[in-house]
Design a protein around this ligand. Structure first.
Ligand SMILES: NC(=O)c1ccc[n+]([C@@H]2O[C@H](COP(=O)([O-])OP(=O)(O)OC[C@H]3O[C@@H](n4cnc5c(N)ncnc54)[C@H](O)[C@@H]3O)[C@@H](O)[C@H]2O)c1
Length: 265
């Protein structure tokens, strides 16, 4: 299948860790030019180094980003357009949560969940659309979550935001399809960073997530998946690359779960 991603310019937000890293590497395998938009520059640079070591014609730059901030996100997108020449693909990957019951979280934690997960996607799409509309071309893939499709225990506000990302993208797929733009969503299952992977300072896996997802919990999760195993970040990335590619040219407004059959809808 011809994906048509060689030489395409791709912005991956949060591309310095875990799923975002795998997404950046998967586009690099296709020979794309990647801008890793990161709050954690060191993490972004680690992944840019991995891309540079690949022999696919891909390139990677790191762009400072805080997707929660409208002005900084506009500057991030302008920087990406200036340095890459254009942006063909935006992957909204940044996300954040802390796994705890609704009433046990502070207002600050709820605000951060909304800022990062929902405002982050709104700000990035808002910054990319004028450029993509002007070019009459563009693909946006946003990382949502099965929590946003069916709700999830201990993830109430995060789930609300991820549902919001789906509704936002579907609405904008209706508004911008006439300009040749496509917006789709990918919902990963639980993907913990591998033991040997460096976990950056801004990753949600730095704040006790590993203690919450103990071996016993992970075994329970594994049994909840019809495929009876945990997925990998690379498997999520494959779906993102497909939806961003020419091979998905007639697909827009769709939500694809990559979670071993955990949700079927
Ligand atoms: N890992 C999972 O189990 C899982 C499951 C379902 C959905 N998701 C979603 O997948 C996406 C990636 O998850 P992950 O586990 O790789 O996350 P992660 O926390 O490991 O990585 C997030 C990346 O975003 C960067 N970042 C954080 N805040 C930022 C900001 N304000 N501006 C710019 N960059 C920022 C971090 O530095 C980090 O590199 C998220 O949207 C998450 O909600 C993850």
């Amino acid at each position: 299948m011809e994906l048509g991603l060689k030489g395409k310019n791709v912005v991956v937000t949060g591309g310095g860790n875990n799923i975002g890293r795998a997404i950046a590497l998967a586009f690099a395998a296709e020979g794309s030019n990647i801008a890793i938009a990161e709050l954690d520059r060191a993490a972004g640079q680690r992944v840019a180094g991995e891309v540079a070591a690949m022999d696919t014609g891909a390139s990677a730059i790191v762009i400072d980003a805080d997707v929660t901030d409208r002005a900084r996100t506009a500057a991030m997108m302008s920087d990406a357009i200036a340095r890459l020449g254009s942006v063909d693909v935006l992957v909204n990957n940044v996300g954040w949560t802390v796994d705890r019951l609704f009433l046990d979280k502070s207002r600050e934690e709820h605000v951060k969940e909304v800022d990062v997960n929902l405002w982050g996607a709104i700000n990035c799409i808002h910054a990319a659309l004028p450029h993509m509309i002007e070019r009459q071309s563009g693909a946006i893939v946003s990382i949502s979550s099965d929590a946003g499709r069916m709700g999830e225990y201990r993830e109430a506000v995060y789930a609300a935001c991820k549902a919001g990302v789906i509704a936002l993208s579907k609405s904008l797929a209706r508004e911008t399809g006439r300009y040749g733009l496509r917006l789709n969503m990918v919902c990963p299952g639980l993907v913990a960073p591998p033991q040997d992977e460096v976990v950056g300072s801004e990753s949600m896996w730095r704040q006790g997530m590993e203690e919450i997802f103990t071996a016993e919990t992970l075994e329970r999760v594994r049994r909840a998946y019809p495929l009876r195993r945990m997925g990998t970040a690379a498997e999520v990335a494959n779906a993102v690359v497909f939806l961003a590619s020419d091979a998905a040219s007639f697909i827009t407004g769709q939500t694809l779960s990559v979670s071993g059959g955990y949700t079927m809808m």
